[in-house]
Design a protein around this ligand. Sequence first.
Ligand SMILES: Cc1cc2nc3c(=O)[nH]c(=O)nc-3n(C[C@H](O)[C@H](O)[C@H](O)COP(=O)(O)O)c2cc1C
Length: 204
Amino acid sequence: METLRAISLRRTVRRFKPRRIFEKTLLKILEAGNQAPNAGNIQTTRFILVTDPDLKKEVAKCAADQSWLTKAYVLIVLCSITDKVERNYGSRGKKLYAIQNTSLAAQNILVAATAANIGSAFVSAIADKTIRRVLSIPDNIDIHSIIALGYPERVPKCPAKAALADITYYSKWGNKTSEGFSIFPLESAAKSIKSTISKKLKRK
Ligand SMILES: Cc1cc2nc3c(=O)[nH]c(=O)nc-3n(C[C@H](O)[C@H](O)[C@H](O)COP(=O)(O)O)c2cc1C
């Protein structure tokens, strides 16, 4: 699937079919996560795969009791070796780079899953202490998020997203005036991208 199409089709899926994801497909998705940019390429993101039904129940309980998580084929618990980032980059590494590293891996996973027609959900409401105990995660490791993967029962509609022109500034914070810049006005750029994607979706 084309990258822009996968990005625009990705939705948080919370209803899954009881269907297996083949290992080969899962490995490709995880490899997409592994290929994400990360500070100094020191590779501090780790994935814990949970497919055992009883363990999935326990993990779902740790995630604010979101029981729909148990219906996913696999739960990927994303962790970060934050102290390693801190050793290399100090407090900015600890506060920011560690989270950025793992978030970028997460987004690659979400897009790669969509490209393979697999539904995904990024979940971050996690009781740290409990999931640490359930999955034997050492104290020096940060628990970042859970990604649920499975074939979607249905894909939700796209929720309202901000207009690009409302969230983008020129040169200075808050400046929406583009005079004097060689880039074309953002609103028409956003419209043209949206219409290209929707035309492509209609054709398929
Ligand atoms: C930091 C973060 C935490 C989230 N935690 C949860 C969660 O605990 N449960 C859930 O169902 N969705 C969670 N989501 C998914 C968002 O609800 C979802 O991305 C948002 O509603 C936009 O919908 P979309 O992903 O379909 O574009 C989380 C997303 C982010 C980025």
